[in-house]
Design a protein around this ligand. Structure first.
Ligand SMILES: C[S@@+](CC[C@H](N)C(=O)[O-])C[C@H]1O[C@@H](n2cnc3c(N)ncnc32)[C@H](O)[C@@H]1O
Length: 262
């Protein structure tokens, strides 16, 4: 398989040189999610983070090796994170069973060949595989569909069905809902469930790949409708209760394969 790479090395459908310059600013690690991921990694001593981006969710108490194809993303890794290796999930430059666990957050939907990527994760680890991804069947539950349904439609075609991930990972895989906390620091779409005004800031939506794939006219139409509904109380009447709801059970899922290689 020939992997298409953008100018900065980006390997998926997003050119991070164009869309990811401010990723680290708006997509910070959310401690509640980090804690759930850390538990799932168990007692691993050496972890591989694939599609590592700027290093969010990499544990700080164990050794982490990071793989990230985009130079734009690698350049935004803070100094306390190890530099990432330029490679793709579909062709990992590691020996069989070299890691105790593998982590992959917000990335599987961008891989060119999901089956090959998952096969590689299974090959290089002797322990758990921990994936965070959206369940496409739940995307349209979120209220942003009233304003920019196109953003969720794009995600529907990008995110693999959870059943497909489970099928590829194998029998010993469990799927958990990952509740999103109010004021979530990691600015993916549902993170702003109780802060609708954030969608009016183009820099905020610029750090969400689903929005960057839309025409500017579509984004602008959605923003104007939301601004109007916020001004006249329509949003408040429908969804105002979310402003104080501590957690939101949306589309986020934790998919954990426990099995170890023989
Ligand atoms: C939305 S970012 C998530 C980054 C990080 N894991 C996080 O949670 O913040 C998706 C990342 O997947 C990377 N990616 C895309 N295609 C990939 C592939 N085939 N193999 C490995 N990483 C890939 C992108 O370069 C990007 O950094």
């Amino acid at each position: 398989m020939t992997q298409q790479r953008w100018h900065d090395g980006s390997a998926g459908d997003i050119d991070y040189a164009a869309a990811g310059q401010r990723y680290a600013e708006f997509r910070q690690e959310e401690p509640f999610i980090a804690a759930r991921l850390r538990i799932a990694l168990g007692d691993a001593k050496r972890v591989l983070n694939v599609g590592a981006g700027t290093g969010s969710y990499e544990p700080t108490d164990i050794e982490v090796v990071a793989v990230e194809p985009s130079a734009t993303m690698r350049a935004q890794r803070p100094p306390h994170r190890a530099p990432a290796i330029d490679a793709v999930a579909e062709n990992l430059p590691f020996a069989d069973g070299e890691f105790d666990a593998v982590l992959a957050t917000f990335t599987v939907h961008q891989w060119t060949d999901l089956a090959q990527g998952i096969a590689e994760l299974k090959r290089v680890t002797s322990g758990p595989i921990v994936i965070m991804a959206a369940d496409p069947d739940r995307l349209h539950d979120f209220w942003i569909t009233d304003y920019v349904p196109e953003a969720l439609d794009r995600e529907l075609s990008r995110f693999p069905a959870i059943a497909r991930l489970v099928e590829l990972l194998g029998d010993d895989t469990r799927v958990e809902t990952l509740p999103i906390p109010l004021n979530c620091r990691d600015g993916f779409t549902e993170a702003y469930y109780g802060r609708p005004e954030m969608f009016l800031n183009p820099a905020v939506t610029g750090a969400m790949s689903s929005w960057t794939l839309l025409d500017e006219a579509v984004r602008e139409r959605g923003r104007s409708k939301l601004a109007q509904d916020l001004a006249d109380g329509t949003w408040e009447a429908r969804y105002g209760h979310l402003r104080t709801q501590p957690f939101y059970d949306g589309s986020m899922r934790l998919i954990v394969r426990h099995d170890t290689n023989p």
